[in-house]
Design a protein around this ligand. Structure first.
Ligand SMILES: [Zn+2]
Ligand SMILES: [Zn+2]
Length: 399
C-alpha cells in the first residue's frame, strides 16, 4: 500500500536538483577530516536555522542536529531521525573535475558530501510540508564516520533522546544507479581492529636454541587464525580475519625480541563477532604460550554490525518501491557491505533502517570503489535518495 499524499513530490525534488548538486560539489571542493568538519557543520547549521529548525551544534565536537516539529503532530507524537555523515578522507584526489578537492591531501572519497547535501534537501522539502507532518523529524549530521568515532559520542551526548526510529543511507558505487538496496538484518559488517604483540626472547639467528623466536610463533598464529573462519564458523555465516601488517626484527641474523602484527576482523552478527573475538585471543595466546612465548591481544576501535529493524525496513522498502519501482529494489544478500559504518551505534539504540542507494555508472566513471582516489558518484543518485528518505518519513507517520 502506497501512502502517496505527495503526488507532486518529484516536481519539488526536481526544482531543488541544482542546489542539491551545487551543495554536494561545494562540500566536495572543501573536504574536512574526522572531527574537523567545522566549515561543513557551520553550513549545515546555517541552512537548518534558515529553514526554521531547532538547531544544536557542537555535539561530539562538530556534530549538528536540527529538529523539525510537525504541524499536524498530536501530543506524544513520534519522532523519526534522519542521519547523515559529514567527514572526508586523507586521500589525494586523482579526479580531474571542476569541483575537485581544493585540499591536496583530503578528499570526499566515500560519498559523505552527497549524504550531507541529500539530508539538507530533505530538511528543506519537509520544512515546507511541515503542516502535513504527523510527527517530528530530527536531522542528525554526525562527524567522524570514517574514524568510527562520531556516532557513539553523539548517542552518549543525547542526540537520540526522544527519538523513536532512525533512517539513513549510504551511496554505494558498487551498486548500479537506479537501484536501492533495502534489507532487514545486517547490512554493514562489524569492524574490529586487532593488535597482537608477540613476545619471545631475542638471540643469534644461528643459535635458535638459546632464543624463543616470536617470528615463528606469529607465523603459527596467522595460519591458525584462518582456521577459525574455515573450521569454527558455519558455512552459512560470513566473517573475515585479515592480518595486514607485520613488524619484526632488524637484521637477517638476529632473532628479535618481539613481533607486532595488526589486522582486522569483520562479521555480520553480534554472536559471531563475540565468539571470534574471544577465540582470536585464546588461539593467539594458546599458541604463543605453547611455544614458550606470550601474546597480548588488543581490540581497538570496535564497531558493531549495522542491523536493520524489520518494521523500519518495511517502511523504507515501501518508500523505495514508490521511488524506483519494485524491480529496482534489491533485498538480497548482495546488498550487504563488508565494510563497516558507525551508523551501527544509532541502530543499536533505536529501531532503524540503513539503506543503500546505487551510484555506480560505468559511462560516468563512477564505479571506482569507495576510498579510491578516483571515487566519484553519479549525481543522479542524489534525488533518488532524497525521494526515498522523504517518502519514508510520511510512510512512518502513516503507520
Ligand atoms: Zn568510507
Ligand atoms: Zn562512508
Amino acid at each position: 500500500m502506497s501512502i502517496s499524499p505527495i503526488e507532486d513530490l518529484k516536481a519539488e525534488i526536481d526544482e531543488r536538483i541544482p542546489d542539491l548538486i551545487a551543495t554536494r560539489r561545494d562540500l566536495h571542493e572543501h573536504p574536512e577530516l574526522a572531527f574537523e568538519e567545522v566549515r561543513t557543520a557551520s553550513i549545515v547549521a546555517q541552512r537548518l536555522k534558515a529553514l526554521g529548525l531547532e538547531v544544536q551544534t557542537g555535539i561530539a565536537k562538530t556534530g549538528v542536529t536540527g529538529l523539525l516539529r510537525g504541524g499536524a503532530a498530536p501530543e506524544n507524537a513520534r519522532t523519526i531521525a534522519i542521519r547523515a555523515d559529514m567527514d572526508a578522507l586523507p586521500i589525494y584526489e586523482l579526479n580531474e573535475l571542476d569541483y575537485r578537492s581544493q585540499t591536496d591531501d583530503k578528499m570526499h572519497a566515500c560519498g559523505h558530501d552527497g549524504h550531507t547535501s541529500i539530508a539538507l534537501t530533505v530538511a528543506d522539502i519537509l520544512s515546507k510540508r511541515k503542516s502535513e507532518l504527523k510527527g517530528n523529524v530530527k536531522f542528525i549530521f554526525q562527524p567522524a564516520e570514517e574514524r568510527i568515532g562520531g556516532a557513539k559520542p553523539m548517542v552518549e551526548e543525547g542526540a537520540l533522546q526522544g527519538i523513536d526510529a532512525i533512517i539513513g543511507l549510504h551511496l554505494i558505487s558498487g551498486v548500479p544507479i537506479g537501484q536501492v538496496g533495502v534489507r532487514s538484518g545486517t547490512v554493514f559488517a562489524s569492524a574490529d581492529s586487532l593488535q597482537f604483540t608477540i613476545k619471545g626472547k631475542g638471540g643469534h639467528a644461528a643459535m635458535p636454541e638459546t632464543a624463543i623466536d616470536p617470528v615463528v610463533i606469529s607465523a603459527q598464529i596467522i595460519t591458525a587464525l584462518q582456521t577459525l573462519i574455515s573450521r569454527e564458523i558455519s558455512p552459512f555465516q560470513a566473517a573475515v580475519i585479515t592480518i595486514a601488517r607485520l613488524q619484526a626484527g632488524t637484521a637477517f641474523n638476529i632473532i628479535p625480541e618481539q613481533v607486532v602484527m595488526d589486522g582486522t576482523m569483520r562479521s555480520y552478527d553480534k554472536d559471531t563477532r563475540a565468539y571470534l573475538l574471544q577465540r582470536i585471543t585464546e588461539v593467539a595466546q594458546g599458541i604463543a604460550s605453547s611455544m614458550r612465548g606470550s601474546c597480548e591481544v588488543q581490540v581497538i576501535d570496535g564497531c558493531p554490525p549495522c542491523t536493520n529493524d524489520a518494521g523500519m525496513t518495511g517502511v523504507v522498502r515501501q518508500a523505495a518501491i514508490d521511488t524506483v519501482g519494485v524491480e529496482n529494489v534489491n533485498e538480497s544478500d548482495a546488498v550487504r557491505v563488508s565494510g563497516s559504518d558507525d551508523m551501527a551505534y544509532f541502530l543499536d539504540a533505536v529501531p532503524g533502517c540503513y539503506f543503500i542507494v546505487g551510484s555506480g555508472n560505468s559511462q560516468k566513471e563512477t564505479t571506482y570503489p569507495h576510498h579510491h582516489p578516483r571515487f566519484n558518484i553519479d549525481e543522479d543518485a542524489l534525488p533518488i535518495a532524497v525521494e526515498v528518505l522523504t517518502r519514508s518519513v510520511f510512510e512512518f507517520f502513516s503507520a
